[in-house]
Design a protein around this ligand. Structure first.
Ligand code: SF4
Ligand code: SF4
Length: 140
C-alpha cells in the first residue's frame, strides 16, 4: 500500500512514461477488484485474501507475474497496474486539480519526469476511467 506522503501533485511531476523498470511490480502488494478477479481466474491460484482485500501472490517479494522485466499477463493485468502511478481523488490541493478531480503520482515511480506531458497522459487516462467498469475503482 502506498504511503500517502509519497504522493505528489501532477503539476510537480510534469511528465511521465513507464520505463518498464519493474519497481512497482516488486515493491507493492497489488490489489485486485472483483472484475480483475474474474479475469484472472484463468491463471489459477494466483491470489491471496487479506483482511481488507484480495491481492496478487508474490514470489521472492515480486509479483507472481513479473519475469525479468516483463509482465506475463500484460493484457490482463489488474486495474491497479493499469492506473499506477496515478491516484485520482475527489479532493486535494490546487497543484493537483485537473478538471473536476485531483491527481497525484507516486514519487517512487522511475518514469516521472520522462516521456509525454502529464496533461496528455491524464486525458487518455480519464477517458479510460470514465468507462463504467473502471470508474468505481479508479476515483476515490
Ligand atoms: S515504477 Fe513506474 S516506470 Fe517503473 S515499471 Fe512501474 S510504472 Fe513503469
Ligand atoms: S500483474 Fe504485471 S504489471 Fe501488475 S504487478 Fe504483476 S507483473 Fe507488474
Amino acid at each position: 500500500m502506498i504511503d500517502p506522503g509519497d504522493l505528489i501533485p501532477w503539476r510537480i511531476a510534469r511528465r511521465w512514461r513507464c520505463v518498464r523498470c519493474g519497481w512497482c511490480c516488486c515493491n507493492y502488494d497489488i490489489p485486485v477488484t472483483f472484475e480483475d478477479e474474474e479475469r484472472l481466474k484463468k491463471f489459477g491460484d494466483v491470489l491471496w485474501r487479506g483482511k481488507i482485500g484480495v491481492y496478487l501472490k508474490k514470489i521472492d517479494g515480486k509479483c507472481i507475474f513479473y519475469n525479468d522485466g516483463e509482465c506475463l499477463i500484460y493484457e490482463d493485468r489488474p486495474t491497479a497496474c493499469r492506473r499506477y502511478p496515478f491516484y485520482i481523488r475527489r479532493q486535494g490541493d490546487d497543484l493537483a486539480k485537473f478538471g473536476d478531480v485531483y491527481i497525484y503520482l507516486d514519487k517512487n515511480c522511475r518514469g516521472i519526469g520522462k516521456g509525454k506531458r502529464i496533461e496528455d497522459v491524464l486525458n487518455e487516462l480519464l477517458n479510460t476511467a470514465n468507462q463504467k467498469s473502471m470508474e468505481k475503482s479508479f476515483i476515490s
